[in-house]
Design a protein around this ligand. Structure first.
Ligand code: ZN
Length: 320
């Protein structure tokens, strides 16, 4: 097959290599990760043997994100590229499938047992991608990242194994914190209403009914009918709090709360949750554990539970 220049540029690589790529430390394994959750987990497991760059920062919506020229340049120079898969990075799906032929591109959800995944009505034959919402599922992802780092960089395999063991112990503590803290929410208040369907695994893990105004991707608009239906439900079931998400517009959630107020039912915005992106870089909420701790603590507090004021490790910046 004759490869044209246009074809090469479409595939993303050779053209991008002409651009100035950001430098990588020579003595570390260089890794590009798509989401903050993957980047943080890789940093925790890789320690000082890896240098990790995340394509998506705080507040960035992975369903909508497209690679930039700078991203392509960084990926071209990296030893390893980690993406989520399960159609989370929907706009980059084709791009990553092309890259996979290079042999250093790995979807971190590849080894998750498929019988542990949720399907979704919106997408026949596809799974709900939001697996980070259940720390028990994130254990599988963490183990896959450990194995991938070890394969690429065998001389540091012992270090990756030790760091991964410590990180996974932290995930176990996080799971237990979720069980006990969310267990304090009264049964009738166990309804989590958010802008999009990111919390399906969270609901399954902790026994909450989960409703999103939009579907499983942020790419579909919520219709007025859907808002009306949910207002009815808030009023009928006397639900007192709904939640906004840091990576999704709060417009539909505000419409919902105003709709309920017009019917004489007060619904507060229970707080901002980190659904598809973490908090600010350099903060506790900007780590995987901090993100989940924040969500668990905010949800429990807003729905009548009794969480500790500043979360599992007394590290949350905004508590109750
Ligand atoms: Zn999402």
């Amino acid at each position: 097959m004759r490869i044209t220049r246009r074809g090469i540029l479409a595939a993303g690589f050779v053209g991008a290599a002409l651009l100035a790529a950001p430098g990588w430390a020579a003595d570390k394994l260089s890794v590009v990760a798509t989401t903050g959750m993957i980047a943080d987990t890789t940093r925790q497991i890789g320690g000082d043997a890896v240098e990790v760059k995340a394509l998506m920062g705080p507040g960035v919506d992975p369903h909508a994100y497209r690679q930039t020229r700078t991203d392509i340049a960084a990926m071209t120079r990296a030893d390893l590229v980690l993406w989520h898969g399960l159609y989370l990075e929907a706009q980059m799906e084709d791009f990553f499938h092309k890259l996979e032929t290079r042999g250093n591109v790995v979807a971190v959800t590849d080894t998750l047992p498929r019988d542990m995944l949720k399907g979704h009505d919106d997408y026949a034959e596809k799974y709900d991608p939001h697996v980070w919402m259940d720390p028990k599922l994130w254990v599988f992802v963490s183990a896959h990242i450990r194995d991938t780092l070890s394969e690429k960089d065998p001389k540091n395999a012992g270090k990756y194994a030790a760091n991964a063991t410590a990180f996974i112990e932290g995930l176990d503590r996080l799971s237990q914190y979720g069980d006990s803290t969310l267990g304090s929410v009264p049964d009738e208040a166990r309804v989590l209403l958010t802008a999009h369907d990111a919390f399906g695994y969270f609901g399954r893990a902790y026994g909450f009914e989960v409703l999103g105004i939009q579907g499983i991707s942020t790419q579909s608009e919520a219709g007025l009918n859907r808002i009306g239906e949910l207002v009815d439900m808030l009023v009928d079931r006397n639900i007192g709090a709904v939640f906004v998400e840091s990576s999704v517009s709060d417009r539909s959630i505000r419409a919902l709360s105003e709709g309920a107020a017009a019917r004489g039912h007060d619904v507060v915005i229970g707080g901002e949750l980190f659904s598809d992106a973490m908090g600010k870089d350099g903060t506790y909420e900007g780590t995987y554990v901090g993100m989940i701790d924040h969500n668990v603590t905010v949800i429990a507090g807003a729905l009548g539970g009794t969480p500790p004021a500043r979360g599992m490790q007394d590290k949350l910046s905004a508590g109750f």
